[in-house]
Write a protein that binds this ligand. Sequence first.
Ligand SMILES: *[C@@H]1O[C@H](CO)[C@@H](O)[C@H](O)[C@H]1NC(C)=O
Ligand SMILES: *[C@@H]1O[C@H](CO)[C@@H](O)[C@H](O)[C@H]1NC(C)=O
Ligand SMILES: *[C@@H]1O[C@H](CO)[C@@H](O)[C@H](O)[C@H]1NC(C)=O
Length: 279
Amino acid sequence: MCLLGLILLCVLLTGTSEVDVTHVFFGSGEDVRLPCNNALSNCTSTVWIYDRDSVELITLGIKRKYTEIHERLSLGSDCSLNIKNITKDDSRSYTCRQYLNGVQEGNDARVYLHVLHVSSSSSQSEIRSGRSLTLFCQLYYDPVSCDTLIREGLHLIWVDETGMNLTDSRFQISFSSGQCLSVSLSTTLLNEDHNREWRCELKQRDQLKTSVLYTVKYSGTKLDPAKTASWLIRVILIIVEVAVFTAPSVLLLQIICERRAGRKNSHQSNQIEMSTVFQ
Ligand SMILES: *[C@@H]1O[C@H](CO)[C@@H](O)[C@H](O)[C@H]1NC(C)=O
Ligand SMILES: *[C@@H]1O[C@H](CO)[C@@H](O)[C@H](O)[C@H]1NC(C)=O
Ligand SMILES: *[C@@H]1O[C@H](CO)[C@@H](O)[C@H](O)[C@H]1NC(C)=O
């Protein structure tokens, strides 16, 4: 029993030491680089595996085309995996593995990508002075357990433009009990909040790991270039329409005027002719 336990412990220990594990933290929307810590001299031996469904994203240095995220992927010159514009759904583990002549070389290098994401309770058109606004900030950390991250000293805070804690009584900061590592910010918007920037920071003890910025934008306070352009086009269309519709009547008026003028002239010439006849 004791021996079995010892063997199990050995397996567990060697099991964990065989994988080189890295945790990286980024905000959603960022372009990220996942390091390949077991890369060889070139990347023709490199395989990147998406651990959620054990799909190969990169096979022997070549990107697979059938995967859902292949358009956002590229392989760095150091065999790192670059992912563009990450979303919370990209929060998974990725494994870098090397093969030489069909045989695995060295240990796996696994990268856990954790994504910080901020969402708002209101749609953009509802964001204006006097309205209440709640911002949810959450760390997506699949498949690591939240307890592990908290034990590592990870926590979230909301700060203002100057990096100070939002402690004013107009802000209600609450740490959701249901979801681990999430914090919401609620407030009633004031006139001066337009263009104000609030930032959700992920910290490990005192060290900043990543952050996501939220900028308050009131609707209808700024001329949208696209809207201005469409407005201009509409004005031009109206002018053209008016021109098209009035052109025939202008032409008609002109014809009538010319005819009248013509009749007057012929009257005059008639009279002149008559008078010459009578004389
Ligand atoms: C990559 O490295 C291997 C040996 O590690 C070598 O055989 C192969 O020719 C190299 N390929 C390129 C494209 O440099
Ligand atoms: C990034 O992805 C989001 C959706 O997740 C999309 O709305 C946005 O346009 C993308 N940005 C770029 C620069 O591709
Ligand atoms: C910031 O606020 C959080 C609670 O929101 C608190 O736990 C923390 O100690 C504050 N930090 C500073 C530097 O004031």
